[in-house]
Design a protein around this ligand. Sequence first.
Ligand SMILES: O=C(O)c1cccc(C(=O)CC[C@H]2O[C@@H](n3cnc4c(=O)[nH]cnc43)[C@H](O)[C@@H]2O)c1
Length: 232
Amino acid sequence: MADANKTLLLIPTAGERSELWNHLSLHAASMKHWHCELCGFGLVASAAATMRAIQTHQPARVILAGIAGGLSDAASVGSAHWFDQAICDGIGVGEGDQFASAESLGWQQWPILGSPGTDETSAPAVGDKIQLARPGNVPADESVTNTLISVCAASSDDVMASRRGSLAGTMDRDAVVAEDMEAFGVAMACQMTSMPCMVVRGISNVAGDRDHSRWQITAALRSVADRLMEWS
Ligand SMILES: O=C(O)c1cccc(C(=O)CC[C@H]2O[C@@H](n3cnc4c(=O)[nH]cnc43)[C@H](O)[C@@H]2O)c1
């Protein structure tokens, strides 16, 4: 049974974990009910690792923390943000401007109705978007839905990044603020297990910028630590 106090903190890589831990260490006591696990790099590893970690720890909530590439002016390098929804790029048909998402073609990603072992009445359906939770004391801005797009391959230039920045969907207030490679996978595992999922990402780089000398991973993770400590 889930322990109401237990929070599972997931971080993609060991590098991000050790950097984040440096900034969080003074506040470790307030996080004594937290378990921290690596969820790996990319959508596939992170979904599988999240499912395993949920089964092992039976937490009450999951938080994914790490770095991301900024896609809008709201996501300046070094800042960190809680997100309201995760979307994904690349699951459907075609690529680039030809891409049509699974949901736009009438397919849910989960559940596949009629498949053996699927409880169609209780399984929450997942299309191309998954809603995320926020910490209780960090209210969402009503005027904007902070959206994170999860991708298999990071943007390699401005053109690719700008296309992704425009994939929010039809709602005017949906704003794709950043891209990462794990949030949708983690959120999918949480959705399948009815587990609240929160995502906080520090902006380490402008999406599409392949010059690592301009990346600010330390500043981004310090901001993530600040966001986590505001909450705990
Ligand atoms: O070598 C490159 O050009 C390059 C470009 C973007 C990201 C990478 C990574 O290896 C980092 C992937 C890792 O960090 C997250 N992340 C950080 N920035 C981005 C981004 O601009 N686009 C997508 N993911 C990003 C991601 O969640 C992974 O965990 C290398």
